[in-house]
Design a protein around this ligand. Structure first.
Ligand code: AP5
Ligand code: MG
Length: 222
């Protein structure tokens, strides 16, 4: 089977995974695969998957593994991922990481796992000020990454809204779930020699430059 490039972005909620993945899409020619965005798309279209996912997302809990893994498997059969993908928000616990290793194995496995570091305080400030485009999912911040016109997406003119799970009490539980279920992936990927850590507190364009340095080097050896 053809080799594919799979980058797995890790980091607390608000670390900038979605922001960076969207910028990388263009630079690397690989699509972003965000499980959170796929759940939100299904929610907007009131599918059975969206309604199921909402009951977990509203509490900041993980959607069950069997549902999430099957959804990613389906997504990876689409033609735009023929060269690989930038995974954003998946895998998110050890069971998902193990399943993804099996999915990716025929294509050469996971290529690199950039871990974007920010503090919990920074995460809270970022998430409570975040605004998202209802139609294309582009991410803004009321102070750090403002659209040209307040409330309107620069890319497609869509309406900007605040995610339902971005209330402070839900964010606190998402952080708790991250440390309990997702942070073990740091050791998991470190042991495989795939972890690459970077400072996520720098401005968006500088984090992007750091990421491109890391991923470019990886592409060159792939
Ligand atoms: P998901 O949508 O994945 O949310 P998350 O992991 O909590 O991460 P966020 O999207 O909040 O943060 P981000 O790192 O993408 O930051 P962003 O770029 O937006 O998941 C939501 C829910 O779906 C989960 O709780 C769960 O229920 C479910 N789910 C998803 N995947 C699942 C899975 N695999 N298994 C089970 N359930 C799953 O940036 C944040 C803000 O900061 C923005 O406003 C941005 O403009 C700003 N910003 C970004 N970078 C910078 C910077 N360098 N400086 C200043 N501001 C910045
Ligand atoms: Mg995101």
């Amino acid at each position: 089977m053809n080799r594919r490039t799979f980058f797995v972005l890790l980091g607390v909620p608000g670390a900038g995974k979605g922001t960076q993945a969207k910028l990388l899409e263009e630079r690397l020619g690989l699509p972003q695969v965000s499980t959170g965005d796929i759940f939100r798309y299904n929610l907007k279209n009131e599918t059975a998957l969206g309604i199921l996912a909402k009951s977990y997302m509203d509490k900041g809990e993980l959607v069950p593994d069997e549902v999430t893994i099957r959804m990613v498997e389906d997504r990876l059969t689409q033609s735009d991922v023929a060269k690989g993908a930038i995974l954003d928000g998946f895998p998110r616990n050890l069971a998902q990481a193990d399943a993804f290793d099996k999915i990716a194995a025929p294509y050469g496995g996971v290529s690199l796992v950039p871990l974007i570091h920010i503090s919990d305080e920074e995460a809270m400030t970022r998430i409570t000020g975040r605004r998202v485009c209802r139609s294309c999912g582009a991410v803004y911040h009321i102070d750090f990454n403002q659209p040209q016109r307040a409330g309107v997406c620069d890319l497609d003119g869509g309406e900007l809204y605040q995610r339902d799970d971005d209330k402070p009490e839900t964010v606190r539980n998402r952080l708790y779930v991250y440390y309990k279920q997702t942070s073990p992936l740091i050791g998991y990927y470190y042991a495989k020699g795939l972890l690459a850590e970077l400072d996520g507190t720098r401005p968006i364009d500088q984090v992007q430059a750091d990421l491109l340095d890391l991923l470019g080097a990886e592409e060159a050896v792939a």
